[in-house]
Write a protein that binds this ligand. Structure first.
Ligand SMILES: [Zn+2]
Ligand SMILES: [Zn+2]
Length: 473
């Protein structure tokens, strides 16, 4: 199991109109073909996707690389080449963001040795993770994974047409469920810290990546030899005598699909939708309906724009807004109930005279520093702002990139944050048994809130709360 820093990964796609291949950064959902300007949408018919890495070797160049390897390693040069085989080895990749709530007390030590422990406070940590592990339990594979780490990854949804007949695709021995389990326990294990009272993976994604290796078989004066080559970097990985017995099994793997590229137009009126890289919500500029990319289809979604009043100097940021039920009684969480559950964590300025529905707010946009998103989310939720909204956007806006289900996971983390934050003294009991009421979020709606740039800050216009701009852009 290896942990890598998140790096830029490119997906290589083919335009459905002109057929040209081009690269899109991982996480892109819509874009314009640079060759014919067709607007395209990347959809995911299945939750777990598979990709192939391209090999830079072919049967001819394998011979050359084999000779070079023999020279450098002091192995007798080949007298004859027997054959070369292209093999695709499966790897699982698991990436996303981990959020942890930790209860921490600070201990002061006085000059006479006496100590004083402060009341526990809930702190939030967030870290990206990116884990690769082999899909087969074979010794050689562990050497290959080093190769994966050192390379710029270019992922292809399909095998190159010239190679699809030629390649042996090794079926993962580690099944989908086992891979998922390993991924989860490792993601949590990597950031094992003390005093964690709640943790949540957000935006976690499991991907099957097929990595190309070549087996070059040749004969030299000592007899039959084989050499295993990294198909991307062309490095030699391992060699041995006699028959190669490294990999076997053949076939494909169920439950894993490939991305599909479709024309990107409004399902209602047919107009092209705006291309927005990693945006997953699109507003049709012709009929003004809002569309949400849900797996392999666009589903209509309610979008509200908050009326900012007279100020024109604003940028609009998307937030998911959720109502919730708790304790599986199906009772809708009202502001009044929230105040009893969260007590001191809510803003005192909120008018609780009416039995209004308590709303959770989660930023739907990407930010450089997840902490900024967390601050905005908890602050807005604690403040329960009231807005007047309209159905059309008249100002520039930031793309919505966070899927609804992930936003709901974040809302759940906020729920625990508010509850733990209130229960600072009886913290251990919250932690050790599951007294925390279970919460269920209702379908979300998207709301665009105005923010204003003020020097190094970006100020949310309803709570007046500001985050540093560099945390966002
Ligand atoms: Zn094109
Ligand atoms: Zn339309």
């Amino acid at each position: 199991m290896t942990l890598t820093k998140q790096k830029q990964i490119q997906i290589v796609v083919n335009c459905t109109q002109c057929g040209s291949p081009f690269k899109a950064p991982e996480g892109s959902h819509s874009f314009k073909c640079p060759f014919c300007s067709k607007v395209l949408l990347i959809t995911s018919p299945q939750r777990i996707l598979k990709f192939y890495m391209n090999t830079r070797l072919n049967h001819r160049s394998v011979k050359f690389v084999t000779e070079r390897y023999c020279k450098r390693s002091g192995i007798d040069l080949p007298r004859s080449f027997d054959d070369s085989r292209l093999i695709y080895i499966p790897f699982w990749r698991f990436n996303g963001m981990i959020y942890q709530l930790r209860a921490e007390a600070v201990t002061y030590t006085f000059s006479d040795g006496a100590t004083l422990e402060t009341e526990k406070k809930v702190k939030v940590d967030s870290k990206p993770f990116d884990i690769n592990f082999p899909g087969v339990n074979q010794d050689l594979v562990n050497q290959i994974i080093m190769g994966i780490r050192s390379q710029v990854m270019e992922l292809h949804p399909q095998l190159p047409p010239k190679l699809d007949k030629d390649a042996d695709i090794i079926k993962p021995e580690i099944t989908l469920d086992a891979a998922r389990e390993m991924a989860y326990s490792n993601a949590f294990g990597v950031y094992r810290r003390k005093n964690v009272c709640y943790e949540e993976l957000i935006g976690e994604k499991l991907t099957l990546i097929y990595f190309p290796v070549w087996i070059s078989r040749f004969t030299n004066k000592t007899g039959a030899q084989w050499l295993l080559l990294d198909g991307v970097s062309k490095r030699g990985l391992a060699c041995g005598q006699d028959e190669f017995r490294g990999f076997h099994s053949n076939g494909d793997f169920d439950g894993v699909g490939s991305i599909k590229i479709l024309p990107h137009h409004c399902p209602n009126c047919g107009a092209d939708l705006p291309a927005g890289k990693n945006a997953i919500v699109y507003t049709c500029q012709n009929c003004w309906l809002g569309w949400y990319l849900d797996g392999d289809r666009l589903r209509q979604i309610e979008i509200d724009y908050v009326d900012p009043g007279g100020d024109k100097n604003l940028k609009f940021f998307p937030f998911w807004e959720f109502g919730a039920s708790f304790n599986s009684r199906g009772s809708i969480l009202t502001y009044h109930q929230a105040q009893m559950l969260f007590r001191s964590k809510l803003s005192v300025f909120v008018d609780d005279s009416e039995d209004a529905i308590f709303r959770f707010f989660v930023p739907g946009f990407s930010a450089r520093n997840p902490r900024s998103l967390w601050k905005l989310s908890s602050r807005l939720t604690q403040s329960q702002p009231k807005f007047t909204t309209s159905q059309r956007l008249r100002f520039s806006s930031v793309p919505a990139t966070l899927p609804e289900d992930e936003a709901a996971q974040m809302a759940r983390a906020i729920w625990f944050y508010l509850i733990f934050g209130t229960a600072t003294n009886s913290f251990q009991s919250w932690n050790e048994n599951s007294e925390v009421p279970e919460v269920n979020f209702h379908p979300g709606k998207l709301i665009y809130l105005p923010m204003k740039e003020e020097g190094i800050y970006l100020r949310e216009q309803f709570t007046g709360f500001a985050v540093q701009k560099r945390g966002i852009f």
